[in-house]
Design a protein around this ligand. Structure first.
Ligand SMILES: [Zn+2]
Length: 358
């Protein structure tokens, strides 16, 4: 039987203990090496020339040998214009990667010794970087799809006399039951639709068990809104596995091969049809929602789900590999428009439902 990845020896090639006693200069050169994959060669973000640019030690910045512009380690990245030290950034990357179900901003604050809002914005910049750098080619092959209901649940009230109970608006009163999506008392209720591509290669030919790529989208209900998303996210001709929800019935007529499993009877049919990879995605997100974040509003729900997409897809990479990938995504992401100047009142307008560009 295969050993669980995090019990293997190679999973502990690096740990948080390696950061003990690290100086600001060491953290800076470590991150610079991660960004440019070189000890002394740097690429100017303005003229894109790679060279040994002049290093201005007092400001921890480089002056370009060719266009004479000044740039720093984080110029043009998701951390552009940050004020915290490089050591703090490096520790934040490690803490973000090593906490398997995410880390709350209040906990990060205690680890780093920064203000709550600094930790909060830092975490959201990371989530946004993961979201905007998601690979945007459609999923193909074996794809499992499922929806999970998140947020907006009304708290169970104290016992209220029947006549004092809040009434549903008149247009709903003729029904005995209103679905969560249209129930006005559940206005923050959203459904996260997850799409997971599984590796179909046999294990002895380099195939990996389970899902290898995950993307998500946000819906109000698992109904007609789902099919256009599937057409956008999944390549025609792919094999799709879902539960028996009526919303998915149309798939076999629009160019997909579609198999279902009846969840009221079994997790997997005798023929092996299941969507357990899609179900297991919600296991991590649900635990993060209950135990770490406690509250996720629709405005930032896609960001939180993208964080979990990354965690799922990187689940068999060691800590240093995760931190390297995370920082590479931060470098690839542009300067955030939603999170710059957040503490001065700038914030995202409206909700984000699908990954930008996909
Ligand atoms: Zn230059």
């Amino acid at each position: 039987m295969a050993t669980y990845f995090w019990l293997k020896k190679e999973a502990l090639s690096t740990s948080m203990a390696d950061l003990d006693g690290l100086s600001e200069e060491q953290a800076h050169s470590f991150l610079a090496q991660m960004r440019w994959q070189s000890k002394d060669q740097r690429v100017c973000p303005d003229c894109a020339v790679q060279d040994k640019h002049y290093f201005r030690r007092t400001r921890m910045q480089w002056s370009c040998k060719h266009c004479f512009k000044t740039f720093s380690l984080t110029s043009g990245t998701a951390f552009h214009g940050h004020k915290v030290s490089y050591l703090t950034l490096l520790k934040a990357l490690f803490l973000f990667a090593m906490n398997q179900k995410g880390i709350s901003a209040l906990a990060l604050r205690r680890h780093l010794g920064v203000q709550y809002r600094t930790a909060y914005v830092l975490m959201h910049k990371l989530r946004e970087a993961l979201m905007v750098t998601t690979e945007i080619t459609p999923l193909s092959g074996h794809v499992e799809i499922d929806g999970g209901h998140f947020s907006g649940r009304k708290r169970k009230p104290r016992k209220v006399p029947e006549k004092e109970k809040p009434k549903l608006p008149k247009k709903y009163q003729h029904r005995d039951k209103v679905g969560p999506a249209e129930n006005p008392f559940h206005k923050n209720r959203r459904i996260i639709i997850v799409f997971r591509e599984c590796d179909t290669r046999p294990l002895d030919q380099g195939g990996r068990p389970g899902a290898i790529r995950t993307v998500t989208a946000i819906c109000n209900a698992e109904d007609g809104q789902v099919v256009p998303l599937i057409e956008r996210y999944v390549k025609k001709g792919s094999k799709i596995y879902t539960d028996e929800l009526p919303a998915y019935r149309k798939l076999q007529y629009i160019g997909f091969s579609h198999d279902t499993v009846n969840h009221s009877q079994e997790f997997s049919t005798d023929a092996g049809v299941n969507q357990n990879q899609a179900e297991s995605y919600f296991s991590r997100l649900r635990r993060a929602f209950i135990g770490i974040f406690h509250r996720i509003t629709p405005r930032y729900m896609l960001d939180y789900s993208c964080e979990m997409n990354w965690r799922e897809d990187m689940r068999r990479t060691d800590l240093l590999g995760q931190v390297t990938d995370l920082f590479a995504r931060v470098v690839k992401a542009p300067h955030s428009t939603d999170w710059r100047n957040y503490v001065r009142g700038n914030k995202r307008q409206g909700e984000l439902r699908t990954i930008p560009g996909l």
